[in-house]
Structure formats: structure tokens, C-alpha cells
Design a protein around this ligand. Structure first.
Ligand SMILES: NC(=O)c1ccc[n+]([C@@H]2O[C@H](COP(=O)([O-])OP(=O)(O)OC[C@H]3O[C@@H](n4cnc5c(N)ncnc54)[C@H](OP(=O)(O)O)[C@@H]3O)[C@@H](O)[C@H]2O)c1
Length: 283
């Protein structure tokens, strides 16, 4: 298949290119070639004649989205509409990478693919708008929600490793929960998913979940950074521009039950990423 990947230079995009390039012909234009926020992006995608589009590009800095909600809506909402329109006109399937943040975080159990969404911040709202336009315009869509992605050069793991070198003590939130998820595991799951015309909503997260505090401690412990003292603090006491869902935990029910697509436990994936960083082979 000829697959067009938007955001192909981002964390998930790079992992997708690496995972799919041996079996498929990949086109991964960067933002300077196709800016999805431009109306002309639709025609540019059509002219590249893909058989499938994986839309991973997004304005992903959640705090910046809170400061610039219209820009978030332009790139993540309208930008997704521009991509979806191209898929609609070409009559091809589309994979839209979405987020755990489409939920409000008030649930008492991990969110299933069928649960009602209610975004509570501008980033989440813009990604939710993306989900709506995909469902309205593309008949053969896969919406793949992911969470707490690590695997590239900018993510929570990298930040903790840097702070772990620089500081003696660090305060980390212990009442925000999610599923740490390794970008190459998302890519491997999507490679399996697109073999099936089983369109719909999926939650592709590594197995298990934790708080940011637990995640930080696991990173430090597995990297031998045991000197640093990690203090638990509450989300309400952490000043930032965006408010994440407190309980942003997803459960991969549909992919696992229907198609046998399961992602390994997050601790195992973290170990692989840390070893890649250590050996210098991480992206
Ligand atoms: N990271 C997470 O923890 C997380 C969690 C849940 C869901 N997600 C979703 O997963 C997907 C991939 O995230 P990621 O972590 O791979 O993000 P990332 O590393 O920030 O990559 C995003 C990519 O989108 C590109 N992009 C941004 N604006 C664009 C525009 N106007 N036109 C074309 N390309 C544009 C960026 O290009 P530049 O490099 O030029 O800016 C970058 O290559 C996103 O849809 C995100 O919403 C991520």
C-alpha cells in the first residue's frame, strides 16, 4: 500500500515510518511541505494519491494549546478536517491518532472505546473536534487513542532523565493517572490494525497504568538515578496552563478482544526505551 503519514517527523510518526517502511511505500511530508492547517492541504494530499492516510500530525504542546486555543482548533480540528476531506474524496481509509484527553477523567474505571467523551481543556477539545470531523467525513476510519507517549526526543521520560541529572529533589504529581505508552508499540499495533477492515475506535496503550509520580520513580529506579528525592504533590498545587484529566486511563478492549492486538506492560516498554537511550540507538 501507498501510505501517507502526517507528522512523520514526530514521535509516533517516526515510529510509524520505521515500522511500515519495509512492507509499504511511505510518503511522510513534513510541515514545510504540507501544513495541515492550510485549506490547500486537502488538494496536496489528493495529488499524492495515497491508499491510506495515517494522520499523526498535531499541535501537541498541551500548555501552549491552552494559551492559544484558536491555533489548537485550527491545527488539530480544522487541520484534521482538511486531511479527512482528502480521504473522503479519494474514498480511502484514514487512521486518526487521538488522545486519552478526550475524556474528562471523572471515571471510576479505565475508559473503554465506547465511553462518552467530554474534553476539559483546549488541546482535548481540539483533538475531540478532530474525532468528530473524521467520523462525519470518512466512512472507513480508525480512531486510535493513545496516551502519555514516549519514544522520541521530547517526552516525560527524557525530561525526568534530564532533571534527574540536574537536581537533588523533584516534585511530581501523584493524582494524575494514565498509561505510559511506547511509540514503537503504537506503530506495531497500527501495522496489525490496518490489515483488517475493522473500522472504528481503538485504545492502543501499553498494559497497566500509573501516576506521574509512579512513572517518575520507575524511570529513576531503572536508570540507576536513585540519589534523587521525588516528592508527591497534587495536581491542584502544580501551576500549569492546561488542566489534564485526573484519571486519563484507557483500556484496550476492542483491539485486544476482536483482533488480538495487545501492547506489552508499560514497564517492559520503558525498559526497552531506557536501554535504547543508553546504547545511543533511541530516536
Ligand atoms: N505525546 C503524547 O503524549 C500524546 C498523547 C496522546 C495523544 N497524542 C497524539 O499522538 C499524535 C502524535 O503525537 P507525537 O507525540 O508524535 O507528537 P509530536 O512529536 O509533537 O509530533 C507532532 C508532529 O506534527 C507536526 N505538525 C504540527 N503542526 C503541524 C502542521 N500544522 N502541519 C503539519 N504537521 C504539523 C509536527 O511537525 P513540527 O516538528 O514541524 O512541529 C510533528 O512532526 C498526535 O496526534 C497527538 O495528539 C500524543
Amino acid at each position: 500500500m501507498r501510505i501517507l503519514i502526517t507528522g512523520g517527523h514526530g514521535q509516533v510518526g517516526q515510529a510509524l515510518v520505521a515500522e511500515l517502511q519495509s512492507q509499504h511505500s511511505i510518503v511522510a511530508p513534513d510541515r514545510s511541505t504540507i501544513d495541515i492547517g492550510n485549506t490547500g492541504a486537502t488538494q496536496q494530499i489528493i495529488e499524492l494519491k495515497p491508499d491510506l492516510v495515517i494522520h499523526a500530525a498535531a499541535f501537541t504542546n498541551v500548555d501552549a494549546c491552552a494559551r492559544e486555543p484558536d491555533r489548537a482548533l485550527l491545527i488539530n480540528g480544522l487541520g484534521t478536517k482538511h486531511v479527512a476531506l482528502a480521504c473522503h474524496r479519494l474514498g480511502i481509509p484514514m487512521v486518526y491518532i487521538s488522545t486519552n484527553e478526550v475524556f474528562d477523567g471523572e471515571a471510576q474505571r479505565p475508559y473503554l472505546e465506547f465511553d462518552v467523551t467530554r474534553p476539559i481543556n483546549p488541546y482535548a477539545y481540539s483533538k475531540w473536534v478532530g474525532e468528530q470531523v473524521v467520523q462525519q467525513l470518512v466512512s472507513s476510519f480508525y480512531i486510535v487513542r493513545v496516551a502519555w507517549v514516549f519514544g522520541g526526543s521530547r517526552n516525560f521520560v527524557r525530561t525526568m532523565l534530564r532533571l534527574g541529572q540536574e537536581r537533588q529533589e523533584l516534585a511530581v504529581v501523584d493524582d494524575e493517572l494514565g498509561n505510559p505508552t511506547y511509540a514503537p508499540d503504537i506503530a506495531a499495533a497500527i501495522r496489525q490494525l490496518i490489515k483488517h477492515p475493522a473500522y472504528g475506535v481503538y485504545h492502543f496503550v501499553n498494559e497497566g497504568y500509573c501516576s506521574r509520580y509512579d512513572f517518575a520513580r520507575e524511570i529513576f529506579q531503572r536508570s540507576g538515578l536513585t540519589r534523587i528525592v521525588v516528592d508527591p504533590i497534587k495536581l491542584a498545587d502544580y501551576q500549569r496552563d492546561s488542566t489534564p484529566p485526573r484519571y486519563g486511563v484507557l483500556r484496550n478492549f476492542v483491539g485486544a478482544t476482536d483482533l488480538g492486538i495487545r501492547l506489552r506492560p508499560w514497564q517492559d516498554a520503558l525498559q526497552v526505551f531506557l536501554e535504547e537511550i543508553q546504547s545511543g540507538s533511541a530516536r
